[in-house]
Design a protein around this ligand. Structure first.
Ligand SMILES: [Zn+2]
Length: 346
């Protein structure tokens, strides 16, 4: 799928609808900083050579190089850690660490979803392209060349996964350390985990890139991985995403307006409007967390995702959701109770 960003809000929404973008800036404040540690794991096998990669992957890399040249980026380098290949102008240490996190997340992801009865399989061929750029300036230039968008410095866009091109693009926030301080490292991880989760969902059989996926589902899964800790061994997915929970249940005691699930399932636009995007992302996370918390709910979620895989003309999103999750007004009540229970634990 090729998308273009022209100008104006409607075009921006169309562009965002074809990508899974992560907007992390508003979440920096409540984040606690964590020092980024270097991987101590030694490679167990020789890195595959670039020319040994599958032709489709080489085509994506060639297209990236063409666009990067047009954007005026300096020479790009690649690092391969099957099934991932990183390309970009970020330093080698950054590329390697990004791929280490992607690989570890893919293992944790497979184990988590298999454990809940989902049939997922991480690709065996090197087909997952991760673009790692060294600075926001490179990101601005590249995003303009590939997607035709203008990324504002200090704006919300932190990276994106292109469903059509099946690649993610992220940049190293640390180059902007003077503005972000220690939070730049947390922002790197947060954005990478969110976007990599999208790539895994679309490449392991959980979601189908050729089908229409309600954004509440794709973004719910993206946010589900945001707070996984890649620096501690043996941690599973499913931690409480406090940043998202805080949007729904602010620490000052106020409770923002709830977007009914019926609207979230039917109206993707809620994720692209400034007035509603934070609540929409947060409720998508809460819904996913509830659906993946135990086997009974996971079964409902599995049935629903199976339905999304089937080729159908004009699917009715509300009927689909009701078929598997029951009366959506009752789901709202259950989610609000779940929100309040989780808020007591934070
Ligand atoms: Zn996303």
């Amino acid at each position: 799928m090729t998308t273009h960003f022209e100008s104006g809000t409607a075009s921006r929404r169309r562009w965002l609808a074809s990508l899974c973008a992560s907007a992390v800036a508003v979440l920096w404040r409540p984040c606690s900083a964590r020092a980024q540690t270097k991987s101590t794991k030694k490679p167990t096998a020789a890195e595959p050579k670039l020319e040994e990669l599958p032709p489709e992957t080489l085509d994506v890399l060639a297209e990236i190089r063409r666009l990067a040249k047009r954007a005026g980026l300096k020479e790009l380098s690649t690092t391969i850690t099957p099934p991932f290949v990183a390309v970009g102008d970020a330093p080698e240490s950054f590329r390697k660490e990004a791929l280490r996190i992607c690989r570890d997340l893919s293992r944790v992801y497979a184990s988590f979803f298999k454990g809940r009865g989902f049939e997922v399989a991480v690709p065996e061929t090197t087909s997952l392209v991760v673009m790692t750029l060294g600075s926001i300036e490179s990101f601005q230039k590249y995003a303009a060349a590939q997607e035709g968008i203008k990324v504002a410095p200090g704006g919300l866009l932190a990276g994106f996964y292109s469903v059509g091109k099946n690649m993610l693009v992220m940049f190293d926030f640390r180059a902007d350390r003077k503005n972000l301080g220690a939070n730049s490292e947390r922002a790197n991880t947060f954005s990478l985990l969110h976007e990599e989760m999208h790539q895994l969902c679309y490449n392991t059989g959980l979601l189908d890139r050729a089908r229409e996926i309600p954004v509440v589902v794709s973004e719910g899964l993206g946010t589900f991985a945001e707070v996984w800790d890649p620096f501690r061994r043996g941690v599973a997915l499913g931690a409480i995403n406090k940043q998202r929970l805080n949007v729904l249940r602010p620490l000052n005691g106020g409770i923002p307006e709830w977007i009914p699930m019926e609207r979230l399932f039917s109206t993707d636009e809620l994720f692209y409007k400034e007035e509603t995007e934070q609540e929409a992302y947060a409720e998508a996370w809460l819904f996913t967390h509830l659906m993946l918390r135990d086997h009974r709910n996971a079964e409902k979620f599995r049935g629903y995702l199976d339905l999304l895989h089937a080729p159908r003309d004009m699917p009715n999103r509300i009927e689909d959701a009701t078929l598997h999750f029951g009366d959506l007004r009752k789901l709202d009540i259950e989610l609000k109770r779940y929100r309040d229970r989780l808020a007591l634990k934070r």
